[in-house]
Write a new protein. Sequence first.
Length: 289
Amino acid sequence: MTVTRGTDKKVWLDPDPEERGFSRLDAAPFPPFEPGWVWLVGAGPGAPGLLTLLAYHALQTADIVIYDALVNPDVIRWVRPGAQVEFAGKRGGKPSAKQRDISLRLIELAQAGKRVLRLKGGDPLIFGRGAEECETLAAAGVPFRIVPGVSSGAGGLAYAGIPATHRDTNHSVIFLTGHDANGQIPSGVDWRAIATASPVIVMYMAMKNLPGIAERLMTFGRDRADPLAIVSRVSLPDQSVRETTLGEVVCLLREEEPPTPAIIVVGKVANLRQSLNWYVEGLRENSLG
């Protein structure tokens, strides 16, 4: 429950013991989602249950939601009744909205006095275009808030029983994107340095260029016997995992084409899946995660 004190500041007290579940949040003092603002929100790696409370609040408050291709459609079901929903997804090799058009649309709607929710898969600032969109909003004088989300390469890997770090295997981890703005292997990456800089490498959006990336890593000293796992559709009921090695991944890809989106992890943490694989059939029946 909330009370108002002399300064008109709301203070959240212990919830009414008669209230249950999400009803306890009805009077919670969430930050106001004001007209004319854009909230850039991470929807998490897939399972709707991995949304943050601020993300849920934004879905319940927004006038219009502009969402990406990587956002689980089940998340969109939680948009408040009467809100407008627009798809603005970008997927490699497929017809997509231009980034500048998306940014201009956000500005247009905010300047029209709408509460605009820009919903992006995973975390909006990790290998996404969230920062670019915020720069455009800032230049136009549009106020915005960033709501982080669970990233597939950090928290999402837990659904495959693969920790990003473990004190017996690694004290560092490298996150990298598998393609540049043109869909090619990033030329700005120092592959010689990356190859041996950390015991664990986590790659986003790397399926298309994985053979070339694996070759570069091995050329610059990465052990071809290093474990490698490809985790497809992280945290969803149809999640699947392919386990191989850095040297054998090309052979695997010749035999099958793992579903995308997928996250790829190289390093000994991938072996921990043998004992930490908890997301099994019985648990997958719950679509919330």
